[in-house]
Design a protein around this ligand. Sequence first.
Ligand code: SAM
Length: 262
Amino acid sequence: MRAMQSRPSVARTYNYVLDGRDNYGPDKELGDAFMSDLPGSEALAITNRSAMIRAAKALADAGVHQVIDMGCGLPAEPNVHQVIRERDPQARIVYVDNDPFVVAHGRALLAIDDSIVVIEADVREPEKIFENPAVQRLINFDEPVGILFSVVLSFVADEEGPAGIVRFWTEKIPPRSVVYISHFRPGVSREAAATERKIQEAFGGRFRDDKGILDCFGDLKLLDDGLTPCRQWHPEPGSPSVEEKPLTSWEELVVAAIAEKG
Ligand SMILES: C[S@@+](CC[C@H](N)C(=O)[O-])C[C@H]1O[C@@H](n2cnc3c(N)ncnc32)[C@H](O)[C@@H]1O
């Protein structure tokens, strides 16, 4: 565990920026460096997390009550199962992360009954995830499935085939299933470039342009407005429009879309 704590991790730094408590000195140092050198950059984490929660609500409202959350991150209320369970108390959720620290915390806080599991697995090995006994037990691939990739393909290199990973799942899921992807994209301002550099130096994150992100959806049918900055993605009623409150250069850097299998 000590080795794990000596370097910042993406999950713990993200947790720190989101005001969570599951982080250590190096994560705090890096999170503080982001927020002091690039004030406002925390919007990337905040707008991404809140869009993902709205995506979980949208899935449940569309009648999708079994979800795989890829690269789920550390628990941060509300969690995906909480918003989905408000709509269907029997909903089944598989949380997946490759960080053992995330998995340990997730098992303690998220896996509250037999219909929620947290598995340690790498999103780049979709066959292993698919064959995992917990996935086979909980997910019925004859009924619509929701798959969330909330800022996790941003940590998959081009040569590791992010679109192929999504295609693996779209070939397994039946019609009316939905895939949500949020992703970092490059910005034009100097601060945006500095943020991108810092994330890449710390975690090797990949920023993709809109075409690169849209390519990940393959043949799926994009819903709503397609790829949209997370702050504007399915905004809560009453939240300020971009005309009332323009996007900051950081809010431009994280975008999301949801798509359906026809
Ligand atoms: C920025 S956090 C996003 C957490 C959560 N999905 C959210 O949007 O709030 C990225 C998460 O992806 C996980 N991750 C990164 N690469 C991964 C991989 N190859 N397989 C599984 N999880 C991965 C990290 O451990 C981290 O928890």
